[in-house]
Design a protein around this ligand. Structure first.
Ligand SMILES: CC(C)(COP(=O)(O)OP(=O)(O)OC[C@H]1O[C@@H](n2cnc3c(N)ncnc32)[C@H](O)[C@@H]1OP(=O)(O)O)[C@@H](O)C(=O)NCCC(=O)NCCS
Length: 339
């Protein structure tokens, strides 16, 4: 079964290499008739394909109405001054082109695929480092000339960022979200309906929130946050991209990571981490009973995913302690309202 189809418009550098592609309506697991019809119309083999479409090819797709949404998109893209990309993913292996990587990132940000639901192996090598400007994506080697040309026209070419990933909202704004600083959410983030991301919040690619959440901390690549959980100001979820960490971190439902706290273990449902406390997998934790007596000493990794826990650093003796979490957070409805 075909994994995905994307018809989009993008930018190439002066060498004709793709810098980025916007896919307005990517298709995930399209009907087999659509995929077959598309291959027939353009005489393509059944394999992963990335093509720059000619005007004739685009017109052909536009008039082949049996292709449904693909035909509608082709019609909308006709007349574009920027190049048109067609990507067909037949097998979800390691990507082999820049447009294919962009399609995979779109699938996540369009909420068609959850983080970890599509193969992102090797994407860094296919994503060029790009100057993201108010005039679109510009190859770094071409930037000085473009900046000079803009000034000579009396204009300023503003470089918003220099990165392999663009900000998500330049490609898709999913329904029911608030994002105070759009530069803090990368394409490939999965932002659940009802999530608010305040200025201090950050969401990397292949990471995000399932539903209603208040995010004022960092959601690292690969981390998924369950419904109703909050990330306090400046808190951290440990990523797996650098530093040797290989446990995939997640946060359960209705949990709270306090301000400036952090987690290096998957957190269960209805858990709280005290402000300022960073729990790593090897942190020694003293388990307390309801009367506050020591009952056990464990490593934090043994508590991974367990529900109803409150982690705190004892302010008198410095030990990290774990109690039953009696006051699971209740989200402030007014604060969380997105609409
Ligand atoms: C850890 C936390 C949840 C505890 O809050 P709480 O459950 O309401 O606990 P309280 O502050 O009412 O304290 C209960 C008792 O535990 C004690 N206690 C609390 N934290 C303690 C600590 N770190 N060490 C020792 N004792 C502590 C209190 O002194 C109190 O003792 P008492 O029974 O003798 O009066 C809270 O301090 C916290 O860090 N919340 C995170 C808030 C946050 O960061 N939100 C995001 C904002 S952006």
């Amino acid at each position: 079964m075909t994994v995905a189809i994307g018809l989009g418009v993008g930018t190439k550098n002066t060498n004709g290499e793709w810098l980025e592609v916007l896919f307005p309506a990517p298709l995930y697991q399209p009907e087999s008739a659509t995929a077959q019809g598309l291959r027939d119309a353009l005489e393509l083999p059944t394999e992963n394909t990335t093509l720059t479409l000619s005007d004739d090819q685009l017109a052909k797709l536009a008039e082949t109405h049996s292709l449904g949404e693909v035909s509608v998109q082709a019609e909308k893209l006709s007349g574009s001054v920027n190049p048109i990309a067609l990507v067909i993913i037949e097998e979800d292996g390691t990507a082999s082109s820049t447009p294919e990587v962009y399609l995979k990132l779109h699938l996540i940000s369009h909420r068609l695929v959850k983080p970890h639901g599509i193969n992102l192996d090797g994407i860094f090598g296919l994503l060029p480092n790009v100057a993201w400007t108010n005039k679109g994506a510009i190859d770094l080697a071409e930037l000085p000339q473009r900046q000079l040309a803009a000034r000579m026209q009396g204009e300023l070419l503003e470089v918003k960022s220099v990165d392999k990933f663009p900000q998500m909202t330049d490609y898709v704004v999913p329904s029911g979200v608030r994002i105070a600083d759009t530069s803090r959410v990368r394409l490939g983030a999965y932002i659940g309906e009802g999530t608010t991301i305040m200025h201090e919040g950050f969401v990397n690619f292949n990471a995000g929130t399932e539903g209603t959440s208040m995010v004022e901390g960092r959601i690292s690549a690969g981390v998924m946050v369950g419904k109703g959980s909050d990330l306090g100001g400046g808190c951290s979820t440990m990523g797996t991209l650098s530093g040797g960490g290989n446990i995939i971190i997640s946060v359960g439902e209705s949990s709270l990571i306090g301000a400036n706290a952090g987690i290096g273990i998957p957190l269960g449902d209805r858990c709280t981490v005290e402000s300022g406390l960073y729990i790593t997998a090897g942190t020694k934790v003293i388990m307390l009973d309801a009367e506050g007596n020591d009952v056990d000493a464990v490593k934090a990794r043994d508590l991974a995913g367990k529900p109803d826990l409150l982690f705190r650093r004892n302010s008198v003796n410095g030990r990290v302690e774990c109690l039953t979490n009696k006051t699971a957070i209740e989200l402030n409805e007014a604060l969380h309202a997105n609409n």
